[in-house]
Each structure stands twice: as structure tokens, then as C-alpha cells.
Write a protein that binds this ligand. Structure first.
Ligand SMILES: *Cc1c(COP(=O)(O)O)cnc(C)c1O
Length: 491
């Protein structure tokens, strides 16, 4: 090496041009079996670009007389090495950052982890809708333009006891559309106790602003009376809104106005009463042993003119927003130009329809809907899953942490039934590290699980790491990848 680049003598100059010449050609590299295979899968252009990038880097290193470059280029396995580098670069470019994970956080409907897992029926319908042309907005009997809501409206109305329904991209869009249709430039009355923020990104006051309406806060945070609404009403009022306080609960000295009284008051003033239910449920969940949550039908029965709810929370379907209620109001919503911008896509629509149809058979709902099935899983079944994996975990992590099974509480998540917890079992890890290093050790443990091929997401609580086994269905896939767990040293 020292010899090669020693000064400006001829030997060195020749050697440098020799090094340039020793670089394999693009064509030669393309013929390497590994790269030829890659060309089949991702196309020759991407592989060529990756090869050229690697060769350019090498030329730069030669020109800069980088340490060790001559040895690298003249090594007998240089072409193999280069081939592997090119392949890794191409694979990196094509690998998705969106990957399946194990949700062992203990929050079943986890917004950051994609909320609901869909039933098989919905997945099959999505495949068909994706692969083929369909009559999304085409009336087969008249041969004229149709309405995409028509495929699902009757089924939704049937289950909710509603006059009319329409579907959009998500519940935030549903709320935006309702406000923009009925309250643009006017006031919306809402109890101060319900000015909620959901998941940090959906704040009722901000949505009001983007819909061009003015928020009229009524009452105090903990108590709101009917007379507060009565005095707040004016000719500027466009609607009264009730927001399901879904991710917190105000306890103690509280008072809110019953829906039917708000509804009566709104109607006396000839304005609609709208309920944003958030995590809408279509059936009585107590029949599955779950806590009581208002259903869409009960909300309508209590006098709501319109109810909005999410498709992927308790409903267990795809991301969507549903608006149900009075025919005349839904008709006006459908005419709002914003509806076009917020509309549901055909693949989601296909999935949502299947999910809605499963609700027609409540007896089998808990086995067929993955979200409901996770929520209703027996503690015995969860403990059995924990038993199956605890040994494997002790084997791999026994020197880093005490590993044991403990009863714990799961949450429903996504704002539903916020204060109701479900009995569950978790694998709990308590770091063995010295006192000052425990936090770092916990972080490293959580990071190691996240670094697995199918990342495992748990939660850290009070100095320990929890893997709630409620949503773990594939124990063998979980155990199989444990050998790849690599925990950084925290000391
Ligand atoms: C979750 C929620 C929303 C937002 O619904 P997305 O489907 O996430 O857009 C709006 N209002 C309430 C009360 C909610 O709980």
C-alpha cells in the first residue's frame, strides 16, 4: 500500500490506472447470479443504478488514494463482495418501512399500530375490489351513473335504525363534513367538558375552525346544565353538538345534559342536534362481557339527528367515518363539495360492507371479528399463551432480567371505554442491572424487541417491561425469532 501511493513516481501512477481498470464492468456485474435474480424481481434499471453508484464510490476512493483501497480491489473475492453490496443497496431501496408487528402493548385498538385487524371476509372483499373493475358508481339496471354510498347505506341503516347514511375517509372527516355543511360561518354549541383532543391530532376546536364555524363553549368543565345551552342559543346558532368524551372521564361533581333534552332544545330552535360518538359500536357489548358503551342506535333513539363514528375503532373495520341520521340532513351532506374530497375509496368500502354484514349475526361476531375476539379473549386463554412463551424468554433473557408471568390490565384503546380495563396476563421483565443502570437496561430491552424481524411492541411501566399476551395469537412465530434478539449492553 505504502509503495503504491508513494509520491508521484511512475509505478504509483500506473498502479492507479491499473486499479481503475481492475473495476468490473456493469455488464459483468449484472451477470452475477444474485444480481441477475434481482433484475427479475425489481427490474434492470434499479440494479444498474445501484451498480453505478457503487462503482462511482470506488472510483472516488481510488482517486483519493483511500487507505486499503488497493488491497480491497485486488482481493480474490472482490467481485463477490461488490455483488453483495449492490444487492444490499437494492434490497434496502425496495424493502418497505411499513411492516407487521406484534402488538403486545396491552392496548387492543392502538392508533399508532393500525387500530383494527380485519376479518377474513373483509380482506377477501378488498382483494376483489382491488383487482377488478366494479360498479362503484354505476347503476347496473339503468346503465347510468350511480352513487357509491348506495352499496352500503341500506345495511348501515338496517343495523342502526337510521333513515339515511353516508361514509367518508374517517371520523374526523365525518365531523368536518357535518360542521361545514350546517355551521359554516355560524356557531356550534358544545359543552366545555367535551372539547376533547383525540390522539394529539384531532381537536374538536381545531376541526371547528377548519370547518369555518365558531365554537360556542357552554357551561364549565365539570358541569353543564340545560339552561346554559338555553341562554347560549341565538340566531347565530347552527347546531348543538355532543362529543363522546371517549379518552378520559370527568369524575366527581359532574353534570351533563341528557341527550334527549339537548335534542328537544335544538329542535325548539329548529337546528340539528349532532352526536360525535367517536368509537361507534353497533351492538350491545355487554352481551360479550364487555363494559357498556352507547350504541349508534341508542344515540339516535335519544334524539340525535346525526351521529358520526369511526370504522376502525370498536366497529373493528377499516379506516372510515360513518354519518347516520335524518334523510334530509344526509342529503345535504352528500351535496357538499367537500364530500368529494373526503370520500371513501372502493377498497375500504368493500371491506366496510363485509364488516357491517357480520354484525347481522351477533352470535358469531366475537369469533369472526379479530378486534372483538381480542377484546373478549378469556384470561385463561391469555395465561396459556403466556405459559407457552415464558420459558423461551427466560432462556434468552434470564441473565438480563427476572422474567415472570403476572396478571395485568389491558385497555380497549382508541378512546373507547376509557376507564374500563380488561383482565389479562403479561410477561413482565425486571432488569437485573445495578440500580443506576436499570432505566437504560429497560430501554435496551424494549429496543431489542422492536429490532426483531417482526417487531414486538410492549410497554414500560414503573421500572418494568410488559408484554401483554392478550393479542398474541401466533406463539410459534413469536418464539422462532427470539434467537435473533440482541440486547445492547447498558453498562
Ligand atoms: C377517534 C375520534 C374521532 C376521530 O376519528 P378518526 O376515525 O380517528 O378520524 C373523532 N371524535 C371522537 C369523539 C373520537 O373518539
Amino acid at each position: 500500500m505504502g509503495m503504491l501511493f508513494n509520491g508521484l513516481n511512475n509505478v504509483a501512477m500506473n498502479s492507479i490506472s491499473d486499479l481503475y481498470r481492475s473495476l468490473p464492468s456493469v455488464d459483468k456485474l449484472l451477470q452475477q447470479p444474485e444480481l441477475a435474480d434481482l433484475c427479475e424481481t425489481v427490474g434492470v434499471d434499479s440494479v444498474k443504478v445501484a451498480i453505478q453508484n457503487q462503482l462511482d464510490q470506488l472510483r472516488t476512493q481510488i482517486a483519493a488514494k483511500q487507505d486499503g483501497i488497493a488491497e480491497r480491489l485486488t482481493a480474490t473475492d472482490f467481485t463477490d463482495q461488490l455483488t453483495r453490496q449492490v444487492a444490499a443497496a437494492v434490497e434496502g431501496q425496495f424493502s418497505s418501512t411499513l411492516v407487521p408487528v406484534f402488538n403486545l402493548t396491552g392496548t387492543v385498538i392502538h392508533t399508532n399500530l393500525g387500530r383494527s385487524k380485519l376479518p377474513t371476509e373483509a380482506i377477501m372483499a378488498m382483494e376483489l375490489a382491488a383487482a377488478e373493475s366494479n360498479n362503484l358508481e354505476f347503476d347496473l339496471s339503468s346503465g347510468k351513473r350511480g352513487d357509491r354510498d348506495s352499496h352500503i347505506e341500506a345495511a348501515i341503516c338496517d343495523i342502526c335504525g337510521a333513515e339515511a347514511a353516508t361514509v367518508v375517509n374517517n371520523n374526523a372527516a365525518a365531523v368536518l363534513l357535518v360542521l361545514s355543511t350546517f355551521a359554516a360561518g355560524k356557531e356550534v354549541l358544545i359543552s366545555r367538558g367535551e372539547l376533547v383532543e383525540i390522539g394529539g391530532s384531532f381537536r374538536i376546536p381545531d376541526v371547528m375552525k377548519s370547518a369555518g364555524c365558531r365554537l360556542r363553549e357552554v357551561g364549565t368543565t365539570n358541569r353543564t346544565h340545560l339552561k346554559d345551552f338555553d341562554t347560549a342559543l341565538s340566531d347565530q346558532s347552527a347546531l348543538i353538538m355532543k362529543v363522546h368524551t371517549s379518552n378520559y372521564e370527568i369524575k366527581g361533581f359532574t353534570q351533563s345534559v341528557p341527550e334527549n333534552e339537548l335534542s328537544d332544545l335544538a329542535h325548539q330552535h329548529e337546528i340539528p342536534f349532532v352526536s360525535d360518538l367517536g368509537s361507534g359500536t353497533l351492538v350491545d357489548l355487554t352481551q360479550y362481557g364487555l363494559p357498556d358503551e352507547p350504541t349508534v342506535a341508542s344515540e339516535l333513539a335519544r334524539g340525535a339527528d346525526l351521529v358520526t363514528f369511526s370504522g376502525d375503532k370498536l366497529l373493528g373495520g377499516p379506516q372510515a367515518g360513518v354519518i347516520v341520521g335524518r334523510k334530509e340532513l344526509v342529503r345535504r351532506i352528500k351535496q357538499n363539495p367537500l364530500k368529494r374530497a373526503l370520500r371513501i375509496d372502493k377498497i375500504t368500502l368493500a371491506a366496510l360492507l363485509e364488516v357491517i354484514n357480520l354484525y347481522r349475526d351477533p352470535q358469531r361476531l366475537a369469533e369472526r371479528m379479530p378486534t372483538l375476539s381480542d377484546l373478549t379473549r378469556s384470561t385463561d386463554a391469555i395465561e396459556a399463551t403466556a405459559q407457552q412463551i415464558v420459558g423461551g424468554l427466560q432462556e434468552v433473557l434470564g441473565e438480563i432480567a427476572e422474567v415472570a408471568i403476572e396478571p395485568c390490565k389491558s385497555q380497549i384503546g382508541s378512546g373507547a371505554l376509557p376507564t374500563e380495563l380488561l383482565d389479562s396476563h403479561a410477561i413482565v421483565f425486571e432488569p437485573i442491572a445495578a440500580k443506576g443502570e436499570r432505566d437504560a437496561s429497560l430501554m435496551n430491552l424494549a429496543a431489542a424487541f422492536r429490532g426483531l424481524p417482526k417487531p414486538v411492541i410492549g410497554r414500560i411501566h414503573a421500572g418494568r417491561f410488559f408484554l401483554d399476551c392478550r393479542c398474541l395469537r401466533d406463539e410459534s412465530a413469536f418464539l422462532q425469532q427470539l434467537s435473533e434478539l440482541s440486547v445492547a449492553d447498558s453498562s
